[in-house]
Design a protein. Sequence first.
Length: 77
Amino acid sequence: MNDETVRTLDAFAAPYGREITLESVEHDSGLNMLRIRIREGRRFTVMDIDANTAVQWSAAMRAWASKTQHSNGVQEA
């Protein structure tokens, strides 16, 4: 019995041979989560987070990336 629908949102390579996949997970109960899969060789780290956590995490990542790009002389896209 499968009580969730999983849809891949994005997948991309990261430094040191890591692969990151972001998935939308919709449970039959109505619960929606963002699943983050990080593959490092044969090892996987999988996290399911809610929308509030995703918003906070993405804001922190954007702030860090913006600051780091400017300090390295890289222009934002």
